[in-house]
Design a protein around this ligand. Sequence first.
Ligand code: FAD
Length: 430
Amino acid sequence: MEIGVIGGGLAGLTAAYELAKKGHQVLVFERQPYLGGQASTFEVEGTLLERYYHHIFTGDEDMIGLMEELGLAERMQWLASKVGFFHEGQIYDFVTPFDLLRFEPMSFPQRIRAGLVTLYLQRFGDWRTLEDFTAQEWMRRYAGQQGYDVIFAPLLRAKFGQYADQVTMAWLWSKFKDRVGSRSRGLAREVLGYMDGSFQHFIDALAEGITSAGGEILPDAPVERVVVEGDRVQVVQAGDTWSFDKVIATVPSFVFLDIVPDLPEQYADQLRQVDYQTSLCLVLKMSRSLSHIYWLNISDPSFPFVGAIEHTNLIPPEQYNGKRILYLTQYVSRTDPLYSASAEELLMHYLPSLQKINQDFEVDWVEDSWLYREDAAQPVITCGYSRRIPSHETPLEGLYLANTAQIYPQDRGMNYSVRLGRVISDVVDK
Ligand SMILES: Cc1cc2nc3c(=O)[nH]c(=O)nc-3n(C[C@H](O)[C@H](O)[C@H](O)COP(=O)(O)OP(=O)(O)OC[C@H]3O[C@@H](n4cnc5c(N)ncnc54)[C@H](O)[C@@H]3O)c2cc1C
């Protein structure tokens, strides 16, 4: 079959790779001049670095399996994670169960209660019974008001902003499962995976796998329109029309709605029901380190950013000529006034908060900064989500959709986009 794939992120590349291996003639259209989508990289101090902070968990089996198949297993590094909480002017380590027991911002009985709830969720298998509760109501009831306010509300606000109180408990459950899946064997300590030289090696190996199986990839090729005519699916790009037996779109739902004008109303309506949060990610190259923590959750509603991820507390700074790499992350809606801020404006806006984390912090520690903005960073996963997920097979014959809004109850992530790519390749090939 002749198959078009729209989107050269991990879902699109994996689908194209699987289909090309099976002998189909595959062509990938990618809007950007580079591949990898949300996992793509840029260069810092001669080394490639993800535009958005990235690591994987030991339980990310689809991603790890594909890396092994592509001969990249040797490049994976499993490193002790250093997670912390910033609360009322202080950093608390938050890696092991003992850290929770020592977590002073909560009363001792509340710490025990939060610990028991965590253990219960990590072992509890059926998300279906949770999906009609909001995480807010479930956590308040079982982990207690203080546990909710200090630990869980900041985590929800971090991802979902104004939608935090609408998120389903099934989504939060999946986060506990991911984390328990990333404990090193026999230890209570969490390890996180990063690829030596960045995940760009994975993206490059997938692209190489596609082309060596006879597929083609077109970067810098934003698809403008998709039309189904008879038993052919036409893709319009830069004035040219390409004709396929089948087309897979891996773009966000709002892009799909724009490029497929003839979508039947019921399916289009289903797509419109999912909102996405935009990620604003300010990357700082610094001469000094902000803290000793890799992943610092901010439990302080007065802070504009919700996480400070110091990449060089996971990966040695020597990889970047001794420079420190800090990501400051915030999720906003597209109507937020900060949405269109520049890197310099955001840095000045964040400065007082950075000085609360480290009193010595000075703006001249920052040697360079980059701001990345991803509109489809986080689909908003509300109660009853499973009943609203649009099918991969669209009502238009030969046209398929596989995007992050169809990943559930797991949180979106590279592992699940790889899985999505495999699932959609099977659907299309049947
Ligand atoms: C801030 C942030 C942090 C993250 N951290 C992690 C992490 O630590 N670990 C982890 O596993 N995952 C993480 N992720 C998630 C992970 O990167 C994504 O889930 C995954 O890469 C999504 O892949 P995808 O192919 O499904 O979608 P995308 O990467 O969004 O790919 C879609 C592609 O379609 C292209 N496209 C859009 N419109 C068109 C068009 N009209 N024509 C042609 N192409 C088009 C886009 O340019 C893009 O390349 C993070 C994401 C963000 C935003």
